[in-house]
Design a protein around this ligand. Structure first.
Ligand SMILES: Nc1nc2c(c(=O)[nH]1)N[C@H]1C(S)=C(S)[C@@H](COP(=O)(O)O)O[C@H]1N2
Ligand SMILES: [Mo]
Length: 522
């Protein structure tokens, strides 16, 4: 016969397991609920989204630096770890305080429901996944701990391991089935929206992109290609769940200060308008010197200025009262763009196509903004649903509330793509030093390379279709001395301004400094 001590341990372990199973059941039921309501209503995305929105900029910057695009899985993993600890705690306390612990599960459900209800675009139904989940979790905890919450002496008699294990097993199986059902329903909905997107035939552009000069791409190994494929295009956003918008229930509204005729467009309305196609380079303000958050795509879209003029909007220079255009997305992002810039004749687009297909879901389907010359956080709202004319004095957009600048034109930058850091080069063998440089809307006029702080050598810039794209460059180097060498690059924009060597961080309006690569010559 086992000693009392061992039995207590077994009961404690069973209680802890009950807590975990309760949380698992809650999440599974919530997953199923969210599949029917909307994915963002699930407690994990809702709480995660709330955490993202409240993360201090310094912490967010650290997370992006440490984990890059993996910051989101890391956040969800962090939430799951905390949830697991709470679940273990509630399970253990159910040993003595069954009612309180069960109520605790309910309280977490209420919290989840409250947070889900506060998320952008949420309706009353967004509370359902958390509430149903909490009910399931509370029920499971109450049921599994039924024979535990008594005095030790009683419980030692009442607790039957076999009965408990059968119950626990049933709960586990039920949770897996429920969670899987949720996944299946959710995936099914996304698949049907994806199938709809796949059937879209984008119209032929009224104004095709100017033909690319033959020499835009130097086709060197290790050098970023001039055109970035959708699969390779960087992604930066706050969305824990990539919005899958059904265009049949989608519209875009233009309204606000100085708008004579508020307008609303359906997806088909947009596709019926004359579309223009442009190669444009997009850059993120969070891109460190030498970083990867930059890419060039062929965008298809409506000229933003046309839509604004149709709504009766005048830029500030022509007496318009609004100097800020705030774009809003279905996931609650707000991005503020100077009206003057949107209407100054540059190819500011309300884009529907990217590299010959409808926008990928990750890149803003069904419609997004692309404004050459401005960092993404002040110009490139994805999953767009609303354009409001207002003033910078009256309204701060999402990132501006979080210490970033109101206005952020792109700073001239250049990057060495090849050779890679710490590459081994051979003495006496010529090697191409190559990369990309960008200064959208001003254009890159020249690129220079220096070795070990020596004289600046002119690199050969590739062709470009306009001033709105990045520019490849190459400089051939024949190493003559063994050892480590530092290769540095700088670009000059078309105004004649040379890229500064002054190192500043990404906050508040973009990093400066020069990219360099250290190589070993043997
Ligand atoms: N809805 C929404 N749009 C957004 C963002 C976002 O977080 N949410 N991020 C912006 C930022 S900071 C950048 S740099 C670009 C990146 O666009 P991409 O992910 O298509 O490369 O999208 C912009 N548009
Ligand atoms: Mo960005």
């Amino acid at each position: 016969m086992k000693g009392i001590g061992t039995r207590r341990w077994i009961r404690a372990g069973s209680a802890a397991l009950s807590g975990l199973l309760s949380a698992g059941a809650a999440l599974a039921v919530a997953e199923l609920g969210a599949a029917f309501v909307r994915p963002e209503a699930g407690p994990l995305p809702a709480v995660g989204g709330a955490v993202v929105d409240r993360t201090p900029p310094a912490v967010k910057d650290w997370a992006v630096r440490e984990f890059g695009t993996d910051d989101k899985p890391m956040l969800l993993a962090g939430i799951l770890v905390i949830l697991t600890l709470i679940a273990l705690g509630l399970g253990m306390s159910a040993l003595r305080l069954r009612r309180t612990a069960t109520a605790g599960v309910g309280a977490f459900g209420l919290l989840g429901a409250f947070v889900a209800h506060q998320r952008p675009g949420a309706g009353l139904e967004d509370v359902l996944p958390s509430l149903l989940g909490a009910a399931a979790g509370a029920g499971v905890l109450w049921w599994l701990t039924g024979s535990m919450a008594a005095t030790h002496a009683e419980a030692d008699r009442a607790f039957d391991r076999r009965t408990f294990l059968i119950g626990a097993g049933a709960v586990a199986v039920g949770s897996v089935l429920t969670g899987t059902a949720g996944r299946v329903v959710g995936n099914g909905k996304r698949a049907s929206i994806a199938a709809f997107r796949n059937r879209i035939r984008l119209p032929v552009p009224a104004e095709p992109a100017p033909p690319l000069p033959a020499g835009v791409d130097l086709h060197l190994p290790g050098l970023s290609s001039f055109a970035t494929s959708n699969a390779d295009f960087y992604r930066v956003d706050t969305a824990l769940v990539v919005p899958h918008i059904d265009v049949r229930n989608w519209s875009l509204r233009i309204h606000g200060k100085g708008v004579r005729t508020p307008l609303t467009f359906s997806y088909d309305d947009l596709l019926r308008r004359p579309l223009i196609e442009r190669d444009l380079t997009l850059t993120c303000v969070s891109n460190e010197v030498g970083g990867p958050y930059v890419g060039t795509a062929r965008w298809l879209g409506v000229r933003l200025a046309d839509l604004l003029r149709e709504a009766g909007v005048r830029p500030p220079s022509r007496g318009g009262p609004a100097d800020q255009l705030v774009s809003r997305s279905t996931d609650g992002m707000t991005i503020g763009t100077p009206v003057e810039v949107a209407m100054d004749g540059r190819d500011a687009l309300l884009a529907v196509g990217m590299n010959g297909e409808p926008l990928p879901f990750e890149h803003g389907y069904p419609a997004r903004m692309v404004v050459p010359g401005l960092y993404g956080y002040v110009s490139a709202c994805k999953w767009l649903t609303d354009l409001e004319l207002t003033t910078f004095a009256d309204y701060d957009a999402y990132w501006v509330k979080r210490t970033w600048s109101r206005e952020a034109p792109i700073k001239t930058q250049s990057r060495i793509d090849t050779p890679k850091p710490f590459a081994r080069l051979r003495i006496g063998t010529p090697v191409p030093i190559a990369g990309v440089a960008w200064a959208q809307h001003r254009g890159v006029s020249g690129v220079e390379v220096a070795v070990d702080g020596g004289p600046w050598q002119p690199a050969r810039p590739a062709d470009v279709p306009s001033s709105d794209t990045w520019r490849q460059w190459v400089w051939e180097w024949t190493p003559t001395t063994p050892g480590t060498h530092r290769i540095e690059v700088r670009a000059t924009d078309s105004t004649g301004a040379v890229q500064t060597d002054k190192r500043v961080g990404t906050v508040p309006d973009g990093a400066t400094g020069r990219h360099s690569v250290v190589v070993t010559v043997t």
